[in-house]
Design a protein around this ligand. Structure first.
Ligand code: GDP
Ligand code: MG
Length: 612
């Protein structure tokens, strides 16, 4: 155990985590040179295409320290090359950087004793650098500060060093400056991992392991990714799951290189996998403890995450409903943050209300459903959840605007608020503050990042989540020329003045277009929506009225003009009265249609409007 190091690389998105992991794989010869490709650990097709890490990825590397290179100390003892083994097992977990995947990071951290905090020298510390760092500190982990991309001409190494020093309170010599792309100084980082990160330790003499991820294999069933904390485990050992009390016989154990490699046993301190033989995804929950049958205490798991953004998914073809259901179940196995609940509407048929950690999460899941399961979907506008106190004194949480009860039955509506941290260069502060006002943000405080020379600020705000998930992020990027970065965290639910904006098409309410909006914005949003619908709903044989309604009051209205059919086309000459007669008939027909005319809105229209 003395020769094991478990660590993760954390940073803001795009600061080079996966690239540094590549260098480690090369330095330790874990992946053969001919198999090597950039961002090797990003195995998912979607990750490669978007250039981002979505899933945590564990890998075990073997590393032999060249002791002659430098004075080598472990736990303040000088390592003696003759008496001590200089071969180390390094377990790395590569993590995503984006706020929506924070949950992946927090799970990785629970399996590690230390982290590499990577900061891009051209960007400095950004919002998610901070949130990831705080998570590492909370977990009591050793932190190795590393500055990356020093090869770039616009790298500001000194400035970044100052920022890190004032943030961590560390000494300048502790910071390692590297280029993950060129490989400069990357070996120094590995040496620091061995030297500074403490080895794992054991508490109990019965087997216990924490499940930090799980996948489903068609051949082997559910495979749990675990960090073993105590004792060891082999194939055919009997163990139990703490949460469910389910007992199983282990089929196979092994570790990641990064492919799964079978081994005889997994020992305390190691990171690896267990083939459980379970067929039911739900019986192997991420965060649960796998332990010896008579173990008494579970390991402390993770905070359960709750989705905060919701959207309805409907298959374009009703026949695909079962496929959608199964696909969602499969994705949920290694994504505990994804929730789903059946939901049907007259217009769109049977589908699911799905819950996500944010918009990127939603986007990724819908892409995966499309690619990995071949599903064509209609997805409604993302919404937050609302807590409603009914006049009957009952509480109700809704995820769909359609489900908002009649105003007469509502005492109060509460909506979720987030704590928002924005890091921005000082010269954009004016624009940023103006923007946040438009999005109903409330100012809390300002902090300076590093010394006074440093012209960068951390702005602390509070904002309704619904504003944040509209187009706030894009707007912020554009007013700060891309320099600002954001991180957010759910705070609480607060009283809100909200109304349900409904759309009537030819006098009929269309549920899929309903949305919950702040009262003062209802008029403007209603107007925009009917204008938009006017463009996309195809014309009919009769004029179609589009109305935006709040509480029975019409706020905005548009009309789609009727198609004109030339009923006189077949008429050659003849008496003018024949012509009049035909026109009269058409007029009567139109009146009739107007009274009882129903229109079927094509799916394409929903898509277009919902896409905004
Ligand atoms: P991650 O999101 O933190 O995993 O970042 P990636 O490893 O995917 O890297 C993001 C981008 O930065 C990629 O285009 C890399 O090629 C680039 N990059 C990473 N490290 C360096 C470096 O040291 N120098 C330069 N010039 N580019 C780098
Ligand atoms: Mg990455």
């Amino acid at each position: 155990m003395k020769n094991i190091r478990n660590f993760a690389i954390i940073s803001h998105i795009d600061h080079g985590k996966s690239t540094l992991a590549d260098r480690f794989l090369e330095l330790t010869k874990t992946v053969a040179a001919r198999e090597m490709r950039e961002q090797f650990l990003d195995q998912m097709e979607l990750e490669r295409e978007k250039g981002i890490t979505i899933k945590l990825a564990p890998v075990r590397m073997e590393y032999e320290v060249k002791i002659s290179n430098f004075q080598f100390r472990i736990s303040n003892q000088i390592l003696n090359p003759k008496s001590q083994n200089s071969k180390f097992i390094l377990n790395l977990i590569d993590t995503p950087g984006h706020a929506d995947f924070q949950y992946e990071v927090s799970r990785s951290l629970a399996c590690c004793e230390g982290v590499i905090l990577l900061v891009d020298a051209t960007q400095g510390i950004q919002a998610q650098t901070l949130s990831n760092l705080y998570a590492a500190i909370e977990n009591n982990l050793e932190i190795i500060p590393v500055i990356n991309k020093i090869d770039l001409p616009n790298a500001e190494v000194e400035k970044t060093k100052q920022e890190i020093k004032s943030l961590l309170g560390c000494r300048e010599e502790e910071i390692i400056c590297i280029s993950a792309k060129l490989g400069t100084n990357c070996e120094k980082v590995l040496e620091a991992v061995v030297e500074r990160i403490p080895p794992p330790s054991q508490e109990k003499d019965q087997f216990r392991a924490l499940i930090f991820d799980s996948i489903y294999s068609d051949f082997q069933g559910v495979i749990a990714y675990v960090r073993v904390f105590d004792c060891e485990i082999k194939s055919f050992d009997k163990v139990k799951f703490f949460n469910t009390d389910r007992e199983i016989e282990i089929q196979e154990v092994g570790y990641f290189k990064p492919k799964r490699i079978k081994t005889e046993k997994l020992q305390a301190g190691e990171i690896g996998y267990i083939v459980t033989g379970l067929k039911e995804i739900r019986e192997c929950r991420v965060g649960d403890t796998i332990a010896a049958i008579d173990a008494k205490e579970s390991l402390s798991g993770y905070k359960k995450v709750k989705p905060i953004v919701f959207a309805n998914f409907y298959p374009e073809s009703a026949n695909d409903f079962m496929v959608l259901r199964e696909s969602l179940e499969k994705l949920q196995l290694n994504d505990a943050a994804l929730s789903s609940e059946p939901k049907s509407t007259p217009a769109l048929g049977r589908g699911f209300t799905c819950g996500f950690l944010g918009l990127l999460h939603l986007e990724i899941i819908s892409e995966r459903l499309k690619r990995e399961f071949g599903l064509k979907l209609v997805i409604t506008t993302p919404s937050v959840s609302y807590k409603i106190l009914l006049s009957s004194n009952k509480e109700k949480t809704i995820y769909n605007p359609q489900d908002l009860p009649d105003p007469s039955q509502i005492c109060e509506i509460k909506e979720p608020w987030v704590k928002l941290d924005i890091i921005s260069p000082a010269n954009f502060i004016g624009q940023v503050m103006d923007l946040i006002k438009i999005y109903r943000g409330k100012y809390v405080s300002t902090e300076y990042l590093a010394s006074a020379v440093q012209q960068r600020l951390i702005l602390h705000y509070e904002m309704p989540l619904s504003s944040l998930i509209s187009d706030f992020y894009d707007k912020l990027k554009s007013v700060t020329s891309g320099f600002a970065s954001v991180n957010y965290e759910l705070l609480d639910y607060r009283l809100a003045d909200l109304v349900k904006l409904e759309i009537l098409v030819a006098g009929d309410k269309v549920d899929a277009f309903s949305r919950i909006v702040p009262h003062p914005e209802a008029y403007q949003q209603g107007k925009n929506l009917v204008n938009r619908l006017k463009e996309v709903i195809p014309a009919q044989n009769f004029p179609v009225a589009l109305q935006a309604v709040v509480g029975g009051k019409i706020l905005a209205r548009q009309t789609i003009k009727a198609l004109r059919k030339d009923v006189l086309a077949k008429l050659y000459g003849g008496d003018v009265t024949r012509k009049m007669k035909l026109l009269e008939k058409q007029k009567r027909g139109k009146k009739e249609l107007l009274k009882k005319g129903k229109i079927k809105i094509p799916q394409r229209v929903y898509l277009e409007v919902l896409k905004k």
